[in-house]
Design a protein around this ligand. Structure first.
Ligand code: SF4
Length: 1016
């Protein structure tokens, strides 16, 4: 499709093959301009498409750019000729893949994600004691990682910190910083042992390749004639150094970005890169790069742009003014409510009115500055029967279905978590009351005390107390029945989730708690909301699970905790389902998206613009990189005084917050609602009413907006009041528990004395003895060779074992870290889409991996499109993602999940969808064997099938089916085969059986047999 460039775009194209900085304001067609510039280089300057290199941030952006470019290339160009487009990290990875060994990098190094990196840092952190770091604070790990990220962003190594520390004597900040650097050094060694690298390493190591071997820069540069950089304002200094080491010497570079949308400074983006581009990337004759601006906005009406321009000037007084391309009416309304509930009600009513006029729900969005503000809006909009899509993990955690699932995961992981347990018991499935729980806890306490001399085991947790609910006479029969029901589900889940992947665990919880059935019974809009949110969460669990071999629920729960806090780890734009639902998302995740109607709530003082928790002052905080280490210099000299530094960082923070507000306002096309309220609830209880923020005042008083008024300020509604967080005074420890603990650490006898002084010496002794006994009765973890062999195995495990027992050993028995398998991620995406389709949902438009900087992925042929054209898409499966467990005669439990079962009378077909192409690998048949035995063993329906077919449907590169008729003889053989395999597992036969599969085996780097196979 050809479109005519605007005058502004024409001015850029006319510059031709040279270095240009393009300042593209919000909504000015940045991607179109990049695509036009590339097409222009091909058409007007004879540059070969494959000699143009493009870089952007995410895989999704790279795919969109490639698509946009190919649409604009001249028709005379063979469509198979493609511009080379990478993510920034993907480009670095390519250099490393090619030249890495020159700096000692293993060519087969896997790339670990930030979450896995965190786990590895945690491991090395707790391996050692620390004198200057607080090992009890969960923030310490984040701080170490923050320092590590900054070292990477500025091409430094931990030893650089240690070297510099010598001149700082016994400065406490430096002492802690050195300890952090020591942890990071151990982390680097751990990565080397595992032969993995993290994202920072990609840039650091590839830059080192070029610095130590400058001739290679020319080798890379000579492959291209032009470089186009997208979203350049979000690059960090290390990325800039890498790019300029190759292309910084008069090579034609076009950088497109918007300095006023730099909202990721806190994670390393350097506004200075964009500011100084014209000096960093001069033209061929050595003069400064050209500078052009784009101001014609194709998204929003003029009224909204006038407000946005005003906001933008607060961050950057010299910014260009945006102008609307079309003359369309806009509406900007402000409202100040009495409290957060009334504010949400007001937004709900505006949305309802718009919907009544024919506006789809999907044309509306609510943008939040902070995750904490999601919950009330979710609740109130839900009560108005408005379908919602919560597009942030942080926000998702407030959704009832997700919080219920999270509570179950928590209880399965830690039965002592009584908060999570209470959440389940008080919920709609069990509907217990506080009185019931009180009976349980009372019984728990009294039973423990009374029977201390008996040999019986005493319950110590609520879950254990529930197990003995039949003994608690105070409970009503109804409560007892519900507790029994809960306990049965709990036991089942506890057994069946052993060894399951995280995503499988989530699914099993949803199945066993009948969550899907509950969702089916909801009214249509609430049902859609619940499904969308659960699918998003399952996507997250799927995407998260392959990162560290056997994924741990505990680590996932930690990750969710981290997601709840600010700032969120989610960095890329949200991807929406395309369903007709209102989007709820943070401003950071809304970058790059747009809606007709946008509401921005909680525009209160210190909330938006947000107040900074702690300024990044390197003099005070060890995790902040000292200024003299930074590659960018725009901060300049730091003032000596605390107040001077505070003022400096406050101003920088303020500018960033106004940029966030600018991003928020420019998401709206036609209508913008800006709201706030006097009273907000937990977790930020206020004593005095909130006040409108500077942003609210700006919008409210702007001539383009109208005010819907301010409600009267009343007292804080009780529902938004902070709970009583003060514990009752403790007669034994008036100074509090932490003080008592310190006392006991210093002198254990002291507590005896305290107990004696208040007359509870006997009780105290009895309790301490009891707990000591419990402690010493804990069994040692059995050594590896004494550990039980696994008595349960998944179908995937059996297939792996049939292929190569050693691979199974390293996957399931003694798991080694595994690299993220993009083919598997893609496979699971396609399964999710098929599942959505079969459950009667429109599939998600886009289920690319939810990571910011995934290395370039080879996107295969349209597997989902193949499915859509296949005989399977038009039939409704009777069972979708059907879980099963059966026990073989040798006692081994086999569990799995069948993609789809289609029935026609008593003729059944079990189908397993594969996203790839058929492979000549007999071990795969084990999967169909297990499915056939499952159908024989498990009561999927009242009647067993009279005929059963088991099918692999390969969707990669066109439909290819492999089907077997599973008659009784076939099933008997299959059963025998499964028994043989499990008996061999039990006998610990784990010899490698190398084959073609070694090529893609995660463990090739550890496996001599595999290496020999691949070498031959
Ligand atoms: S590399 Fe080959 S032989 Fe070695 S564990 Fe992997 S599949 Fe088995």
């Amino acid at each position: 499709m050809k479109i005519s460039p605007t005058i502004e775009q024409r001015r850029i194209l006319d510059l031709g093959l040279t270095s240009i900085r393009v300042r593209a304001g919000a909504g000015t067609g940045k991607t179109t301009t990049v695509a036009l510039a590339i097409a222009n280089l091909v058409e007007a300057h004879g540059v070969d498409p494959e000699q143009i290199l493009g870089m952007t941030f995410t895989n999704k952006a790279a795919a969109e750019l490639a698509e946009s470019v190919s649409r604009r290339l001249p028709d005379t160009i063979d469509p198979s000729r493609q511009v080379e487009i990478h993510t920034y990290h993907g480009f670095a990875a390519q250099i490393l893949a090619e030249f890495g060994p020159l700096v000692g990098a293993d060519l087969r190094s896997g790339v670990i994600t930030p979450t896995f990196a965190r786990q590895l840092i945690r491991d090395v952190f707790y391996d050692h004691g620390h004198e200057h770091l607080d090992m009890t604070s969960r923030h310490t790990l984040d701080q170490i990682r923050k320092l590590g990220d900054q070292l990477g962003d500025h091409l430094l190594r931990p030893e650089d910190i240690a070297k510099a520390a010598t001149i700082h004597g016994d400065d406490e900040t430096w002492a802690a910083r050195v300890e952090m650097a020591e942890v990071l050094d151990r982390y680097n060694r751990a990565k080397a042992e595992l032969r993995v690298v993290d994202y920072s390493d990609l840039v650091t190591l590839s830059t080192r390749v070029l610095q130590e071997h400058p001739a290679l820069a020319a080798t890379v540069r000579d492959r291209y004639q032009a470089l186009v950089l997208d979203e350049y304002q979000d690059t960090n200094p290390a990325q800039r150094v890498l790019i300029s080491a190759i292309f910084g010497d008069g090579f034609p570079v076009i950088a497109v970005g918007d300095e006023d949308q730099t909202i990721y400074e806190w994670r390393g983006a350097s506004a200075e890169n964009f500011e100084q581009f014209i000096d960093h990337f001069p033209t061929a004759d050595g003069s400064r790069a050209h500078d052009r601006g784009l101001t014609l906005n194709r998204r929003s009406g003029q009224g909204i742009l006038e407000v946005a321009n005003e906001i933008r000037r607060r961050a950057n007084p010299l910014a260009d003014e945006l102008e609307a391309a079309e003359d369309v009416a806009t509406e900007i309304v402000t409202y100040w409510a009495s409290d957060a509930l009334a504010e949400a009600e007001w937004i709900a009513r505006q949305f309802e009115a718009l919907h009544d006029e024919g506006t789809p729900w999907s044309d509306m969005a609510v943008l939040f500055r902070k995750n904490k503000d999601f919950a009330i809006l979710i609740d109130v909009l839900g009560r108005h029967d408005i379908p919602l899509e919560v597009a942030n993990v942080g926000g998702l955690l407030s959704v009832p279905e997700i919080s219920f699932l999270r509570a179950w995961l928590t209880v399965l992981q830690n039965p002592e978590d009584s908060t999570a347990l209470a959440q389940i018991l008080f919920g709609s499935s069990y509907r217990l009351g506080i009185a019931d729980i009180a009976h349980l806890t009372r019984w728990l306490t009294s039973n423990t005390e009374d029977d201390i001399d008996s040999d019986e085991t005493h319950p110590v947790t609520l879950v254990e107390a529930i197990e003995t609910a039949h003994l608690i006479h105070a409970l009503t029969p109804q409560a007892r029945e519900r507790l029994d029901r809960f306990h049965a589900v709990y036991r089942e889940l506890l057994v069946e989730t052993q060894g399951l992947s995280l995503a499988e665990t989530c699914r099993l919880v949803l199945d066993h708690t009948r969550a899907w059935q509950d969702i089916e019974s909801l009214p249509p809009n609430a049902r859609l909301t619940a499904r969308l949110n659960l699918y998003r969460f399952l996507d997250l669990a799927d995407d998260w699970s392959p990162l560290s071999g056997r994924p741990s629920v505990a680590a996932f729960l930690d990750y969710l905790d981290a997601m709840e806090e600010e700032p969120a780890e989610e960095l890329d734009s949200a991807r929406l389902s395309g369903e007709d639902a209102v989007t709820l998302v943070t401003v950071h995740r809304a970058k790059g998206l747009e809606w007709e109607n946008v509401a921005i709530p909680a525009v209160a003082k210190d909330n938006l613009p947000a107040k900074s928790g702690a300024f990044p002052d390197p003099i005070r905080f060890p995790y902040q990189l000292p200024i003299e280490f930074r590659l960018d210099t725009s901060i300049g000299e730091l003032p000596d005084s605390d107040e001077g530094r505070r003022a400096l960082f406050r101003e920088r923070h303020r500018a960033q917050e106004w940029r966030v507000a600018y991003v928020a306002a420019t998401r709206a096309k036609r209508r913008l609602f800006v709201t706030g309220a006097y009273w907000y609830g937990l977790p930020e209880p206020r004593v005095t009413p909130a006040e409108p923020s500077e942003l609210f005042d700006l919008v409210e008083t702007h001539p383009a907006s109208r005010s819907a008024g301010h409600a009267d300020v009343g007292p804080r509604p009780p529902i938004l009041a902070a709970g009583d967080t003060e514990g009752a005074p403790d007669p034994l420890f008036p100074d509090g528990w932490p003080a008592a603990l310190r006392l006991a650490q210093d002198d254990p006898e002291k507590l005896d004395e305290v107990a004696k002084s208040v007359g509870v010496a006997d009780e105290y002794r009895r309790v301490t003895e009891e707990w000591s006994e419990r402690l010493f009765a804990l069994e040692d973890v059995p050594a590896d060779d004494e550990a039980d062999s696994t008595a349960a195995v998944s179908v995937t495990g059996l297939v792996t074992y049939a292929q190569c027992p050693k691979r199974f050993f390293w996957t399931d028995i003694d798991p080694l870290p595994r690299r993220r398998n993009l083919a598997a991620v893609r496979g699971s995406e396609i399964h999710r889409r098929i599942e959505l389709h079969q459950r009667g949902q429109v599939p998600f438009d886009d289920l690319e991996p939810d990571l910011y900087d995934v290395i370039d992925e080879n996107v295969g042929p349209g597997a989902y499109e193949t499915y859509e054209r296949s005989r399977f898409a038009n039939r409704t499966a009777d069972f979708v993602e059907a879980p099963f467990t059966f026990v073989l005669d040798n006692g081994y439990k086999v569990r799995g999940r069948i993609d789809a079962i289609y029935t026609e009378g008593r003729s059944w077909e079990v189908v397993d969808f594969k996203s790839g192409r058929p492979k000549d690998d007999p071990s795969r048949m084990v999967q169909l064997e297990a499915y056939a035995v499952a159908v024989d063993e498990v009561d999927f329906a009242e009647d067993k099938p009279s005929t059963l077919d088991v099918t692999f449907a390969y969707l990669g590169g066109g439909l290819d089916e492999v089907t077997a008729r599973a008659d009784p003889e076939w099933v008997a053989k299959a059963r025998l085969h499964l028994e043989t395999l499990t008996e061999r597992i039990d006998a610990r036969e784990f010899e490698p059986t190398p084959g073609q599969w070694c090529q893609t085996c995660d463990f090739l780097q550890f496996c001599d047999a595999g290496k020999t196979e691949v070498a031959t």
